[in-house]
Design a protein around this ligand. Structure first.
Ligand code: FAD
Length: 303
């Protein structure tokens, strides 16, 4: 089966975009994770759509990868196809206030275009280290903003292989979720609706938020950002701190001393270390405060 799939993919993708037993530690911001049996990187929308058709026909499990900034992959790896969208890089402005970005564009790249064209509304997302595809799935947000506020429409490849466009309402954005999460859709492109703004003000806001991140977040260590969702009425970091877990460590994984909501890789962490630490934190916080923490980080493979 794998050989047949490989042969078919070789008919679509160039050789350097097909990797076998590719360590996922190279593709996650945690810098952990074992090998993916097959890792592909289509370089255009057409290549992506044709690859997806073949993968589905082969019945192989698959996973769509953005920038791997919200992802923990098992040390045992992933026995399926990782489809990276990082080759879909189209990014353009439309009129005075719109940006059309293909799924693989990084939020930082979109922020640069918004800044260049004096469009305001994207400042909150400039420092979220993922792709716009991942941001749409997760309804990424920060500093009072979220994708819900600026998304006009999203072009998707449906599980049935059709290209469909969802408007903001159909996306049903919620807290770190959307109607297309875990449903087999692939984000191809997003159209963002911003506003004409003052260039200097946009730059000042982006700089201010970048500084806030640097001061408050352990950006000097690999991580996947906030490990847990914000439980209603609480802050995950505060609950973890109150449970006495600041600096708690399992192997190379540690509850950040700077921000207890972050689990960081001190250098030699495995995904198992991170996973065990997450389990310990959940158990201790539940015991101390009665609150169940739900991971925000997506886990892939067997733990
Ligand atoms: P990935 O981690 O690659 O994937 C996440 C999910 O999206 C997976 O289920 C994946 O299958 C799916 N996916 C990705 N692309 C597509 C696509 N094109 N089509 C279909 N499915 C897709 N998040 C916030 O919301 N706010 C923050 O302020 C924030 N700060 C962070 C700070 C740091 C230092 C780090 C490391 C992370 C932070 N995050 C934050 C988490 C993360 O950056 C976001 O969740 C981001 O939106 C994930 O995007 P990604 O491209 O990396 O997705």
């Amino acid at each position: 089966m794998k050989e047949e799939l490989l042969t078919s993919l070789r008919g679509i993708l160039s050789e350097e975009n097909i990797l076998i037993d590719e360590p996922m530690s190279r593709h996650t911001t945690f810098r952990t994770g074992g090998p993916a049996s097959l890792f592909i990187r289509p370089s255009s929308r057409d290549e992506l759509i044709r690859s997806m058709t073949i993968i589905k026909e082969s019945n192989s499990p698959f996973f769509i990868l953005g920038n791997g900034s919200n992802l923990l992959v098992s040390d045992k790896g992933y026995d399926g196809v990782i489809v990276s969208v990082s080759g879909l890089k189209g990014l353009e402005t439309l009129g005075e206030n719109k940006i059309v970005a293909e799924a693989g564009c990084l939020n930082s790249q979109i922020a640069a275009v918004a800044r260049e064209h004096s469009m305001t509304g994207f400042e909150f997302a400039a420092g979220i280290p993922g792709t716009i595809g991942g941001a749409m799935i997760m309804n990424a947000g920060a500093y009072g903003g979220e994708m819900k506020m600026i998304t006009e429409s999203v072009t998707l490849l449906s599980p049935e292989g059709d290209i469909v466009t969802y408007d903001n309402e159909a996306m049903e954005f919620g807290y770190r979720t959307s109607s297309i999460k875990n449903k087999g859709y692939v984000v191809l492109e997003a159209t963002l609706s911003l506003e004409k703004g003052d260039n200097e003000q946009i730059i000042a806001t982006m700089n201010e938020l970048a500084l806030k991140r640097k001061e408050k977040q352990p950006l000097e260590y690999p991580s996947a950002g906030s490990t847990f969702k914000r439980p209603e009425g609480y802050f995950a970091g505060k609950l973890i701190e109150d449970a006495g877990l600041r600096g708690y460590q399992v192997g190379g994984a540690r509850v950040s001393d700077k921000h207890c909501g972050f689990v960081v890789n001190m250098g030699d962490a495995t995904s198992t270390d991170v996973y065990r630490l997450i389990c310990d934190v959940r158990e201790k916080v539940l015991k101390e405060s009665g609150v169940t923490l739900e991971p925000e980080v997506i886990m892939l493979g067997d733990f």
